[in-house]
Design a protein around this ligand. Sequence first.
Ligand code: HEC
Ligand code: HEC
Length: 346
Amino acid sequence: MTRGAALRCLSMVGAIATAIGIWFSVFPVRAGDSPDRPAWKALYHRPSEIPFPDEDPYTEAKDTLGRMLFFDPILSGAGNHSCASCHNPSLSWGDGLPKAVGEKQLPLRSPTLYNMAWGQIYGWDGKFRSLEAVAFAPITSPANMNRKEDDLFAALAAVPDYRKAFSQAFPDDPAPNRQNIEAALATFERTLVSSRAPFDLWIEGNESAIGESAKRGFDLFNGKGGCAECHEGWNFTDGSFHDIGTASGNDIGRARLFPTSVKLRYAFKVPTLRDVARRAPYMHDGTEPTLEAVIDLYDRGGIDRPSRSELIKPLGLSSQEKSDLIAFLKTLTEEPEPFVSPTLPR
Ligand code: HEC
Ligand code: HEC
């Protein structure tokens, strides 16, 4: 008997049983469960280790230096903000704002830095080819940290503990130069992995780790909602770029890099959904204040225009289905292990 037939059979038996008043809730499978659930669940196992690239392998000394640099306002021209001002560990490595504020207000929301090690290209529009390549952009950007490169190198070289940390991390060429700063920051960022959430425990076989509504939400996420087409696998992103009908402003997203592509107009990177319940507001421009608003957007199908992905269309979700999807998304969130900020060298 197929699983589908078995389920139908079970639900019939269930109905008869209820009719004659027999208590049947001990049944392991319920009538509403998707027969595809076990196959879908197999796609969500967490990887066992962090991938580090051959060009920039992990060392503890680079990680330690990167961690100090990440939290140090010495990286900003005015000495008033660090990477962590916008990528704050207690806010899931984002800042909780619709749009980031550096030296000036930026046009984009600060993304989480969870699971960067599994990324391919970075930035909402994918303009950065590696994690190393992102590290210097905020430092020298006038609107962001507004720090002159040479001033930064001189300031770091003037601090004895930094000189020591650079020579431990890069014994062959310990100068606080651009390449070394990029490698240290990227190494540290690759260590930021979202913690195990109730969803992971469920995937590992603990049936009571998440509720029935969340399980139905998982079925919708993979089935009727079509969410997993883009939010794929344990990190809930396939790293691709799509117009899901959000941006109504002037930001054309990935089409800046590919001006002739119709489909890349208003296309932004598929974000991870790990820890999503703690990272409001949502989207590249922070325009969706809550998860409820996000689900309503998908239910409407966003702005209908030539660039909109074929995968996005009105879904016709019932209010029960909407709350099931939200219950599911909440199971991807776990209180992180407390993060201890480093002592800054002075
Ligand atoms: C003023 C706030 C702010 C500061 C400070 C800041 N960032 Fe960001 N960060 C952002 C925003 C906004 C984006 C999205 C930029 C884009 O898409 O072009 C971003 C994107 C990133 C990304 C890419 C994430 C992704 O999902 O692709 C990385 C990595 C990153 N920042 C690391 C850093 C590092 C390292 C520093 C310190 C050197 C830093 N950031 C400082 C706001 C900030
Ligand atoms: C066609 C690919 C695609 C599909 C299908 C899709 N998404 Fe998305 N999702 C995206 C992209 C791209 C973004 C970012 C858009 C932006 O920033 O403007 C996003 C953003 C989100 C966000 C906000 C995350 C954040 O940090 O800002 C949530 C939550 C979300 N999606 C959930 C879902 C759910 C639930 C479904 C199914 C109902 C779904 N997505 C279907 C591509 C997709």
